[in-house]
Design a protein around this ligand. Structure first.
Ligand SMILES: [Zn+2]
Length: 133
């Protein structure tokens, strides 16, 4: 089946027209060549709109990635572990960097944990001694 482009007036095969369920014949009235020329022109005339659309897609991509991460936590952790196995040196550097940057916080957390568990640790140590005798 052939169609005539309303823009350039050339008669072409139907599959050279963009699919469009709402138009007659299930195809757009303008051919793909005219469509892409038009769209390029539109993009040139509307750079802000193009940027905004790109930004929107990027934001959506980020959201999607986050959603995926939440749904696939196990797989993410598995991948992280596999990465560490493959890049032990870089993983070590990364961990060292994290420790250096967060040393104060890590030490505070560790000290707080010790304070909270000190009685229990003592009791456990005593229980061990008793058992071993
Ligand atoms: Zn055309």
């Amino acid at each position: 089946m052939q169609r005539t482009c309303r823009n350039c007036g050339v008669t072409k095969e139907a599959d050279l027209f963009v699919r469009n369920a709402t138009s007659h014949g299930g195809r757009s009235n303008t051919c793909k060549a005219c469509r892409s020329a038009y769209s390029l022109e539109w993009q040139r005339d509307n750079p802000e709109q193009v940027q905004a659309t790109k930004h929107k897609y990027r934001e959506r991509g980020k959201e999607k990635a986050h959603e995926w991460h939440l749904k696939n936590k196990d797989r993410c952790m598995e991948q992280a572990r596999a990465w560490r196995d493959k890049n032990p040196k870089r993983a070590r550097e990364y961990a060292d960097g994290y420790y250096k940057k967060n040393r104060g916080r890590i030490l505070i957390v560790a000290a707080a944990w010790y304070q909270r568990n000190k009685e229990r640790l003592k009791a456990e140590r005593l229980a061990e001694k008793d058992g071993g005798d």
